[in-house]
Design a protein around this ligand. Structure first.
Ligand code: ADP
Length: 739
């Protein structure tokens, strides 16, 4: 295949530009010409100037921009066969053999129809003498590949669609902001979010922001008089000390009879039944806008590269593969299946089969809905008589990581709702040693869902042998039967030390769970840890700004990021910002690397480059420090460019957790409480580490965890994300000759 094209269509979604950049550069790197079709299907129908080749540098500097630089449009003409004949003619006359289509279900339906009709469209063009028979024969094998760009996350075939994570960022930012003003005046707020058929944004937004009630299309309130039930819960919440009430309504929310529930109606109900001043905020297009999150940039980049690979392999198939992400792996699902499974959910909603609709959303949707319904309660359920009631201690350990509070809140509330007693341990293992314990109740964790830092206090203290006796005594005194440690490496280390000593101190012979919470993402048993996503977003917002300042003055920045001996933050932030070079502790730094880099920078700046960004992990190499690199580049760059350093430091650990971290923390914490209960019933209770693997929550025994860890370098032996290095390298290289 020599020439492929791409288009973005339908509602724009933040992250589409990263996909455009990745598709263009991957294709050019493979020696394939790439054309952009501007303004979606409208451009395909119009042809002419709207279909033109893109070069390597045409897609520079767009990663951080929202929307789509090649334009999108709604095109009624493409819905008609006549319009599609014109589109077919434009594809044929431009010699386009493959087409990558990025858009939502409407766009992909259009692509499906185009591919189904393709042989007939060619025949029509031959009949009307617009192309020759020979030409039609050569063009029979149009390959199409789809990528889902939609902020609604409403499409089967991928865990996440491009734009959904960024939209969640916008929603949580808005609800966090509304919460503070609402709390000051003890007000009710109704927040309407997008999602005509899909409650993903509403549900995840509600979970992430700690809202009090959510209304989604997939699962309308069960009771006839849901209005009174909602008001009663909100009233009780106030009685129990909440200072505001927030109800999140999806655009497409409806009741069990299929009657739409509008935000204005919810407002009226709240005002009438609670007698409280209630305000409505309709977030609207704010949700579509703004700079894409790290997740969306990297998702789009990976999907774009995989789409090019797929189109080059998949010649002559009339099935369209949709490139998606399952867990952290690329998936290919036929569009016909995706469309029918997506329609099934809408059909279930229309048929009032809401259990099926919830299930049809797949992934963690249904379980998150259940979790939300517990967390939003005003009080826990009354304990079930005769049920075993555990005493669970919960603590943070290691450096603070955004999302620790979300995890503690979820664990406390879920455990209390099951009738257990929760003991909070303050200040990590130091507090475990000194007996800094207190019981945590439902409202003690109110407002913690969105709070950065670690309210319980945390530090890197690891007990020594002489401390163990005091810890054992405290655990015994407080009758602790299970322990949940939410934290990073030193927390894992300390927890395992207790486990090792369980034959010496019987108080340690209890099930322990470690929940991964560190920005470094350097823990075994989980592909991701709570806090890393927030840190990455902190890094890219800083790097985006640095890049803007650098472009003004011919400058190279060496940006040092955290991560200790794990290069996750460095590589993922480099991928998301298009940094020219990234230095990882896994690879180290050599003098010849730096000489090569200087050479590349000099060539680049001589050809008109105006800025350079190099990301260096803090421990990439002890000798070749960040300041050493800066001096070297500065000296060698001469008058061509200045070099500056930016050590981002603790900015990376701070701020409110990202929606992804809040949601992951909540899911892991609730699963951990279930797991502790399960272990308590077992004759040989196990101690485990919670984690996320291939999108699923898993628990790995302490006995295995030790072997998965490279203790010398303090990172897991296997790190999945190292496989992304080639893509980062290819996309950030200078333009190859001729492109
Ligand atoms: P999205 O792709 O975000 O769902 P739309 O539903 O507006 O957005 O679809 C985008 C474009 O895709 C439409 O303007 C139209 O050109 C094309 N399209 C949508 N549905 C069809 C269809 N059934 N047949 C042909 N083209 C369609």
């Amino acid at each position: 295949m020599n020439r492929i094209a791409l288009l973005t269509s339908g509602g724009d979604a933040p992250g589409m530009n990263a996909a455009v950049r990745s598709i263009v550069r991957t294709a050019l790197d493979k020696g394939v010409e790439i054309y952009a079709i501007f303004e979606g299907y409208q451009g395909l129908v119009d042809g002419g100037e709207r279909i033109r080749p893109l070069g390597w540098n045409d897609v520079g500097g767009i990663l951080h921009r929202g929307g789509t630089v090649i334009g999108s449009a709604r095109c009624d003409r493409f819905r008609e066969r006549d319009g599609r004949i014109e589109a077919a003619l434009n594809l044929v006359t431009n010699g386009i053999e493959g087409l990558i289509v990025i858009g939502g279900d409407g766009t992909l339906t259009g692509a499906h129809i185009l591919r189904q009709e393709w042989p007939d469209l060619l025949a029509d063009l031959v009949d009307s003498n617009q192309i020759t028979m020979e030409r039609a024969d050569v063009c029979q094998d149009l390959s199409i590949v789809g990528i889902v760009g939609s902020i609604d996350n409403d499409f089967y075939g991928t865990d996440m669609t491009i734009g959904a994570d960024t939209a969640l960022h916008r929603i949580t930012e808005a609800v966090d902001a509304i919460s503070s003003t609402a709390a000051s005046h003890q007000r009710c707020f109704v927040v309407e979010v997008m999602g005509r058929h899909c409650g993903y944004l509403a549900l995840m937004g509600a979970l992430a922001s700690g809202a009090d009630w959510v209304l989604i299309p997939e699962y309308p309130p069960e009771m006839e008089d849901w209005e009174s039930k909602m008001c009663e819960v909100l009233r009780l919440g106030r009685e129990n000390g909440r200072r505001h009430s927030i109800v999140i309504v999806a655009e497409g929310a409806q009741d069990r009879n299929g009657v739409p529930i509008e935000s204005s109606y919810v407002k009226k109900v709240l005002q009438e039944q609670l007698g409280e001043e209630t305000r409505v905020t309709i977030l609207g297009h704010v949700q579509r806008g703004g700079s894409p999150s790290v997740f969306d940039r990297n998702l789009s980049t990976l999907l774009g590269a995989a789409a090019v690979d797929s189109i080059l392999e998949n010649r002559s198939s009339n099935e369209i593969p949709v490139i998606g992400m399952r867990g952290n792996k690329i998936s290919h699902t036929y569009l016909s299946e995706c469309l029918s499974r997506t329609t099934e959910v809408s059909r279930s909603i229309a048929n009032h089969d809401y259990d099926l609709a919830l299930k049809g959303r797949g992934g963690s949707f249904a379980s998150v809905f259940d979790i939300f319904r517990t967390l939003q309660r005003a009080y826990p359920h009354d304990p079930v008589p005769g049920q075993r009631r555990l005493r669970i201690a919960i603590m943070n350990a290691g450096a603070p990581s955004p999302g620790m509070n979300s995890a503690v809140r979820a664990a406390v509330r879920l455990a209390l709702d099951k009738g257990h007693t929760i003991i909070g341990v303050r200040h990590g293992f130091r507090g475990l040693k000194s007996g800094d314990f207190n019981e945590l109740r439902w409202m003690d964790v109110n407002g913690w869902a969105q709070l950065g830092g670690a309210e319980l206090g945390t530090n890197r203290f690891v007990p020594e042998e002489g401390d163990l006796y005091a810890i054992a005594r405290n655990l015994e005194e407080w009758n602790i039967e299970a322990l949940l440690v939410i934290g990073g490496g030193s927390g894992y280390f300390a927890a395992m030390e207790l486990y090792e000593q369980r034959n010496v101190f019987s108080a340690f012979n209890i099930p322990i769970i470690c929940l991964p919470a560190t920005i470094d993402n350097n823990l075994p048993g989980s592909e991701l840890s709570v806090g890393a996503d927030t840190a990455l977003n902190n890094i890219i917002s800083a790097v985006d700004k640095i890049k803007q300042s650098a472009v003004a003055s011919q400058r190279v920045f060496v940006v040092e990021v955290m991560g200790r001996y794990c290069g996750y933050l460095a590589l993922m932030s480099a991928l998301a910002t298009g940094a020219e070079r990234v230095y990882l502790p896994e690879e180290g730094v050599t003098l010849s690397d730096m000489v090569d880099d200087v050479g590349q920078l000099i060539t680049g700046f001589n050809q008109g480059k105006r800025l350079g960004v190099i990301i260096r992990n803090e421990k990439a190499n002890e000798t070749y420090s960040t300041s050493f690199m800066v001096d070297l580049f500065e000296e060698e760059g001469g008058d061509l460019f200045d070099v500056r350093q930016a050590i981002l430091g603790h900015i990376q650990q701070g701020g409110n957790p990202s929606p992804f971290d809040r949601i992951m923390a909540t899911r892991l914490a609730t699963a951990s409480i279930d797991q502790l209960e399960l272990q308590m019933e077992s004759t040989e209770p196990e101690s485990t580490c919670a984690g996320l693997q291939h999108g699923q929550i898993v628990f790995t025994s302490f006995d295995i965890i030790g072997r998965l860890m490279d203790w010398e370098n303090y990172r897991p032996r296997e790190q999945w994300w190292l496989g992304l290095r080639p893509i980062a390298r290819v996309l950030a290289q200078p333009a190859p000759k001729g492109s």
